[in-house]
Design a protein around this ligand. Structure first.
Ligand code: AMP
Length: 191
């Protein structure tokens, strides 16, 4: 199974990706996690990405496209993968299309976690308050609001991008975690 999970920061993509990973035996590919690992390791990519991530902007497309392309070639991805946090704009989606075609792969579904903006902002504020000074340098209200703004400007157009191709499925991301994962499971079973 090859999936994209689409949704704004705080929508629960990571949580759902882990549940799908356990249920379907495919691998979660989170560009955010990979970039944070690169920052922690002090690699060239990490040095390039750190400040950009801290303020909630997008790191350059070629960096994330390269990371994903290399990762998809790893043997564990042969059983399928869930893209969590990638693509983040139309240029990345086009690069992904080209990459998958070159590798002879195809997406099974794009799942949108639909969430209400006002609820998201209050969730984000709660999360920032809990984790201020915590493990994520971008978990402060200012950066999280910037990430939400970037989502609306650059990532939300992907809903139409994939909707127009008939591969988009939408679930209510505001429901309880188990309800959301149940909805996703049903969608995947229905094909
Ligand atoms: P996330 O954990 O998915 O919320 O990502 C955290 C941060 O990593 C984002 O705010 C961006 O700075 C960066 N990032 C993650 N994925 C991407 C991507 N596909 N394109 C550009 N930047 C990304």
């Amino acid at each position: 199974m090859k999936l994209i999970l689409l949704g704004p920061p705080g929508a629960g993509k990571g949580t759902q990706a882990k549940i799908i990973e356990d249920e379907h035996g495919c691998v979660q590919l989170s560009t955010g996690d990979m970039l944070r690992a690169a920052v922690a390791a002090g690699s060239e990519v990490g040095k390039q990405a750190a400040a950009i991530m801290e303020r909630g902007d997008l790191v350059p497309d070629d960096v994330v496209v390269g990371i994903i392309s290399d990762r998809v070639d790893q043997p564990d991805c042969a059983s399928g993968f869930i893209l969590d946090g990638f693509p983040r704009n139309v240029a990345q989606a086009e690069a992904l299309d080209k990459m998958l075609e070159e590798k002879g792969l195809a997406l099974d579904a794009v799942i949108e976690l639909a969430v209400d903006d006002a609820i998201l902002v209050s969730r984000i504020e709660g999360r920032a308050a809990e984790t201020e000074g915590g493990p994520r340098a971008d978990d402060n209200v200012e950066a999280l609001k910037k990430r939400l703004e970037v989502y609306h400007q650059q990532t939300a157009p992907l809903i139409d991008y994939y909707g127009n191709r008939g591969v988009l499925k939408s679930v209510d991301g505001m429901a309880e975690i188990d309800t959301v994962s149940g909805q996703i499971s049903d969608l995947l079973k229905a094909g």
